[in-house]
Design a protein around this ligand. Sequence first.
Ligand code: GDD
Length: 343
Amino acid sequence: MSAVIIVTGVTGQDGSHMVDYLLENTNHEIYGGVRRLSVPNHKNIEHVKSDRFKLISLDLTDSHSIEKNILKLKPDYFINFAAQSFVGASWDYPKQTFETNATAVLDILEAIKTHAPQCRFYNAGTSEEFGDIEYSPQDESHPLRPRSPYGASKAAARHLIKVYRESYDLYAVQGWLFNHEGVRRGEEFVTRKITKSVAKIKQAIDKNLEWEPLELGNLDAYRDWSDAEDFVDGVWKMVNQETPKDYVLSSGNAHTIREFVETAFRFVGIDGYWISSGIKERYKTTVVEQELVKINPKFYRPAEVECLLGNSEAARRDLNWEPKISFKCLVEKMVRNDQRQPE
Ligand code: GDD
């Protein structure tokens, strides 16, 4: 039987991969929620040509728009990938972050409870909820100790989902997704920022031109990176269990930003070395005089999550899920993609 699915955030990385995944693996009807913007940003869904996919106007910061869509479509699933997902910006826009990531979740839960109580709800949760970690690797029992307005907003959404699940018997879950990247990643996130810059610098070196060094903040943070395409499979499995339960999705390996930089440059044949330390630190290569990477303190955060490493054993066991793309393959895929699209 064909189900009706609302997916929000379809112009972003995760939402667009979810649409591809559902079109390929199910026969369901998908309604992709998009906000009305003066300049539409539909690049990630331009390739989708299916009469099972329709765009709907849905703005998470407007509870009427949430309610109207749920009332009209009576969805069987609501998969919420729309968010203010940039941790760094959440200090600049704490209220907008909270309203998009937490208050909107309350509005979705209320509308589902009132108009479509059979609807299965998935909300994008994050390892940032663990924040100031107590132990590694982090599993589903790790306390929530967020370090950013972003992490706090997602932790609040998690509590609301639990309350609605227990009070009204709704099927509502929120996975803890560790970092997940890919060729559709926004350029403000560190992985894509690095791979874009590596592609540009490599091109400049080959053409004997000058370039702008890549400017980064904290190089020492550890992140557990996976491929976003592997994660949408885990999300779909999470929202299709018999009883609703939240799971960690992660690779189980952590690398520093520094290692990501080294790996990305190595893929284009540039071996580098670090010199100096703190804000004077630089990444250089013997091939040319100009530096490849330097520190710009404006990219430091007011509070940092130093190490995220996930334990996804429960998801691997219960959902029969595992990530397929390794760290090295992910970096290579991103660098190659950016080399194909020079500025
Ligand atoms: N963005 C960015 N830009 N981050 C930098 C930079 C820089 O120039 N330099 C160093 N970093 C460090 C950040 O301080 C952080 O420790 C790490 O790189 C990763 O930053 P992001 O790529 O912005 O991702 P994130 O880990 O903060 O958040 C991502 O993963 C979460 C899951 O853990 C986002 O996708 C979140 O939405 C997601 O919930």
